[in-house]
Design a protein around this ligand. Structure first.
Ligand code: PRT
Ligand code: MG
Length: 212
């Protein structure tokens, strides 16, 4: 049995067409059922639904053999010990710095002001601002980052952006792109050894589908 860890939402929606290309059809719709373990048309492949940030943990400790996870989550969790064979090129976005409209970020940075930055991505933000030599006080948030500059909690946020509509709707502007993000395949090292043939087959099929 091969267990594939996925998160509901964007990653699940974007991986379905890729799974189909590699011959795997998920038999339950997570929007209609409350099941957390989903069968597929392949009797030896099942899907488990976990929180996006829990995917590396599931794969690292063997709760799943393979997972699909955003590069943002991988970088932030610092999860080592995971084999990362493939960039699936799905759920693409970027991680950026954004501020309230009218806040002069460039001037603040130039003046060497200390910036308060709210983010879910504390490790990524710390590394980014350190590399620029910008002094920051980081505030860890778990969601609704957009609210922080509007309420005076922070001068800036570091968050994922795809269309930019969320920023726009909240009168925020993107002032710096930190990096491009997409979702990657991650594999449990032990599973790779013990279930080498079926796992290799899945990685190779994904690889062919991505490069098509
Ligand atoms: O939602 P939950 O708290 O359960 O977990 P999660 O937020 O970690 O999961 P989920 O499903 O929201 O995101 C999973 C992965 O999708 C992320 O780790 C990214 O790798 C990837 N991804 C791609 C995105 C986006 N695009 C994205 N736009 N994740 C989140 N967003 C957010 C963004 O932060 C903004 O607030 O969606 C909002 C809308 O973005 P715009 O720019 O299109 O308006
Ligand atoms: Mg989310």
């Amino acid at each position: 049995m091969i267990t594939l860890a996925l998160s509901k939402g964007r990653i699940f929606d974007d991986i379905l067409p890729l799974l189909r290309t590699v011959g795997i059809e998920v038999l339950d719709d997570p929007d209609k059922s409350r099941k957390l373990i989903l069968d597929t048309n392949q009797p030896d492949v099942r899907v488990v639904l976990v929180r996006a940030t829990d995917v590396p943990t599931y794969v690292q400790y063997g709760g799943a053999d393979i997972g699909v996870v955003g590069k943002d989550t991988l970088l932030e969790s610092g999860n080592q010990g995971l084999y990362q064979p493939l960039d699936l090129q799905i759920a693409k976005c970027r991680i950026s710095v954004a501020v309230r409209e009218g806040f002069d970020y460039t001037a603040a940075v130039k003046q060497g002001s200390r910036l308060t930055v709210a983010t879910k991505y504390v490790a990524i933000a710390r590394e980014f601002f350190a590399s620029k030599g910008v002094h920051v006080d980081l505030i860890k948030l778990y969601g609704s980052m957009e609210l922080a500059p509007l309420t005076g909690l922070a001068d800036a946020i570091v968050d994922l952006v795809s269309t930019g509509n969320t920023l726009k709707a909240n009168h925020l502007v993107e002032v710096e792109r930190i990096m491009d993000i997409s979702s990657h395949l991650v594999v449990n090292q032990t599973a790779l050894k013990l279930k080498q043939a079926p796992i290799r087959r899945i990685i190779d099929a994904f690889s062919a589908a991505v490069n098509k």
